[in-house]
Design a protein around this ligand. Structure first.
Ligand SMILES: *Cc1c(COP(=O)(O)O)cnc(C)c1O
Length: 237
C-alpha cells in the first residue's frame, strides 16, 4: 500500500518534470514521515526512497538510529537554537533556517565536528504568502540575510524553501512558487560567496506538481504517501 503510494507520487513527480521540459532526475521527492512509525518509513525505503523529511528534532533523531544508514535526512520544520546540536552532522539538509542567530548556532555546532572540516547545507525558509505561517523570513529580507550568512565558513546556503497555504485548487499557489523562483534567481545574480541557489524546496501533497512546473527541485510529500496524520496523540517538542 505505502509502496504503491510512493511509486504513484514518484510517477507524478516525473511526469510533472517532463511537462515542464525538465529532467526528472533534477527533482527529489522527500517522503515526509512525521507522526508515522519507523516501520512505515521502512516500507517506503524498500520502495526505493532514500530522502526522508521530519519536522521535529526529537522524532528525527529517534528515527535516524533505527532506520538504514544510507537515508538522507531532511529537517523541514521550525528549528530552535538549543536543538541545533542534536542534528548537525546527521542531516543532509536543514530546510528551515530563518534568522542569522539560528545560522550562527549551526555554524558554531558544525565547527565542533570532524575537526572543523564539516560544512552544513541549509536552505532559507521564506514566508511568501504573508499570514499563513509564523515562520520564515520575508522575501524582501532574504538577500540581506544571504549576505550576512555568507561570512559563516561552515554553512553553505543551497537555496530557498517555502510552505505554501493549504488550498483546494493548487493553481492558487502557482504565483507563490513563481515568486520564490524569481527571488532565487535575483539572489543567484547577486553572486554571493557561499550562496548557490541551486535548490528550491517547495510543494507538498496538494500542490507538488504545480511547484515542479514552477521550478521546485525538492518536493516534500507526506499525506499522499503515508495517508492522513493522527494529531490526537501529539506531544509538544
Ligand atoms: C508536514 C509537512 C509537509 C508534508 O505535508 P503533506 O501535506 O502531508 O504532504 C511538507 N513540508 C513541511 C514543512 C511539513 O511540515
Amino acid at each position: 500500500m505505502l509502496k504503491e503510494n510512493y511509486s504513484k507520487v514518484l510517477e507524478n513527480v516525473n511526469a510533472a518534470a517532463k511537462r515542464a521540459g525538465r529532467n526528472p532526475s533534477d527533482v527529489t521527492l522527500i517522503a515526509v514521515g512525521k507522526m508515522h512509525e519507523p516501520g512505515e518509513l521502512q516500507e517506503v525505503y524498500e520502495a526505493g526512497c532514500r530522502d526522508f523529511g521530519e519536522n521535529k528534532v526529537q522524532e528525527l533523531t529517534g528515527k535516524i538510529v533505527v532506520l538504514p544508514k544510507d537515508i538522507r535526512w531532511h529537517l523541514i520544520g521550525h528549528l530552535q537554537r538549543n536543538k541545533v546540536k542534536y542534528i548537525v552532522g546527521k542531516t543532509s539538509l536543514i530546510h528551515s533556517v530563518d534568522s542569522l542567530r539560528l545560522a550562527e548556532e549551526i555554524e558554531v555546532q558544525t565547527n565542533k565536528l570532524n575537526g572543523g572540516s564539516l560544512v552544513s547545507d541549509i536552505l532559507l525558509e521564506v514566508n511568501a504568502s504573508g499570514e499563513i505561517s509564523k515562520f520564515g523570513i520575508r522575501p524582501e529580507e532574504t538577500l540581506q540575510l544571504c549576505r550576512e550568512i555568507s561570512a559563516l565558513r561552515h554553512i553553505r546556503v543551497r537555496g530557498l524553501m517555502t510552505v505554501a497555504p493549504y488550498v483546494d485548487d493548487p493553481e492558487e499557489n502557482r504565483s507563490i512558487f513563481r515568486k520564490i523562483k524569481s527571488l532565487s534567481l535575483d539572489i543567484r545574480n547577486a553572486n554571493i560567496d557561499n550562496i548557490s541557489m541551486d535548490v528550491l524546496s517547495m510543494g507538498m501533497s496538494g500542490d507538488y506538481e504545480v511547484a515542479i512546473e514552477e521550478g521546485a527541485t525538492i518536493v516534500r510529500v507526506g499525506t499522499s504517501i503515508f495517508g492522513a496524520r493522527d494529531y490526537s496523540s501529539q506531544s509538544s517538542d
